[in-house]
Design a protein around this ligand. Structure first.
Ligand code: FAQ
Length: 330
């Protein structure tokens, strides 16, 4: 039944009859929308899928600070600088809630960090593109946070309690981020011809990578069928991508911008926008580490980890001393 919900290349999803009793009882609870909590029994595959998805999501939030961080010192006004600092700090906070949610599944923060730094764990492809102008900060808030919200609102109903609760808070903050990005684009589009051109150029460069954020097309998505059966994902990658296009194209038109896709047009019969073929070879190259900024992003994270070693050591030494003092006093 579940495998029919989305056409995916992943292994066929077992029917209830094929499951052993524990798995069946678990699936029945999922089907009844009962949340799974960390101490509940869960199939190993469910645990692994969540660790993979939540940790990659956390890494994306952390690496995602880098492209915008690049503009904090160059924001055009004091207000814009303060807003951008707050946004980038929010992303760090999101990464921390998500690492905590993943830790409840039995993986340590150090293990997750090691997987990121060794290149074993992925993070969102979008953060491997450079931020060349101030308009890119507008485009990231509008498009990247817009795509993140589209993907994350359904994750608020994810079957795993800690992930779903983290997403509720994260989504509130992402809405503010999206508004601030669109506000930058609106101001640029209402400015000089040069400013408007800068906004259009940013849209041209960020449009296709934003569509890639939703992941491979349904027929190539390895995990969707099983993740949807477990209600980790509520929608397929293509469904969310379509919703994003339908929401975003009118927003572009409203401020006088056009997507860089000549095939993007309203389809009356479908009640949705048609859009052109995504360059999947670019997507897979970025995933393999060959995007414009993959090396730079990982180097920045490795440097931050190495530079922070003295601080982690100091915290451990302090904790040990405090413990020893407490023991001596008892
Ligand atoms: N980039 O079978 P599927 C943000 C991988 S947060 C890199 O379809 P799944 C906030 C996928 O992991 C952005 N890799 O996989 C912000 C899998 O590889 P694996 C991050 C990708 O998991 C804004 C393989 O391809 N959001 O932006 C991508 O069912 C501004 C096969 O794919 C989340 O992580 C990609 N775009 O669906 C921060 C949301 N797409 O693990 C700072 C939670 C796919 O087998 C500034 N995650 N892959 O080696 C999800 O919803 C899902 O994991 C998907 C992928 C939809 C990303």
């Amino acid at each position: 039944m579940y495998a029919q919900m989305v056409k995916s290349t992943g292994a066929r999803v077992k029917s209830l009859d094929e499951m052993d009793p524990e798995e069946r009882a678990f699936q029945v609870r999922i089907d009844a929308d009962i949340k799974v909590e960390p101490k509940d029994w869960m199939p190993e595959g469910y645990r692994k899928t969540l660790i993979r998805q939540i940790s990659q999501h956390a890494h994306s939030e952390i690496v995602g600070q880098l492209p915008e961080g690049n503009w904090i010192t160059r924001a055009p006004t004091l207000d814009r600088k303060a807003i951008l600092i707050a946004k980038v700090q929010d992303e760090a906070g999101h990464g921390l809630y998500l690492y905590c949610a993943a830790e409840t599944l039995g993986v340590s923060r150090d293990e997750m960090t090691e997987q990121l730094l060794s290149g074993k764990a992925k993070y969102s492809s979008i953060f491997n593109y450079p931020t060349l102008t101030w308009a890119d900060i507008g485009a990231i808030g509008w498009l990247v946070d817009g795509a993140a919200i589209m993907n994350q609102v359904p994750l608020q109903r994810c079957s795993f309690g800690p992930y779903s609760r983290a997403m509720i808070r994260i989504c509130k903050e992402e809405s503010f981020h999206q508004r601030q990005g669109y506000d930058i684009m609106m101001k640029l589009c209402a400015g000089t011809a040069e400013q408007k051109e800068m906004a259009q150029d940013a849209l041209n460069r960020w449009w296709w990578p934003s569509l890639m954020m939703f992941g491979p097309s349904d027929q190539d998505s390895v995990h969707s069928a099983q993740s949807m059966a477990w209600k980790i994902k509520q929608n397929s990658n293509d469904e969310l991508r379509q919703k994003f296009v339908d929401q975003t194209v009118p927003q572009a038109e409203y401020i006088g911008l056009k997507t860089p896709d000549p095939d993007c047009k309203w389809n009356e019969a479908r009640g949705a926008y048609d859009f052109g073929e995504i360059d999947w070879s670019e997507f897979y190259e970025v995933l393999k580490g060959n995007g414009p900024c993959n090396k730079e992003r990982l180097e920045a994270r490795r440097k931050a980890w190495d530079d922070g070693a003295w601080f982690r050591d100091a915290l451990m030494a302090h904790a040990k001393k405090r413990e020893a003092r407490k023991m001596a006093a008892e």
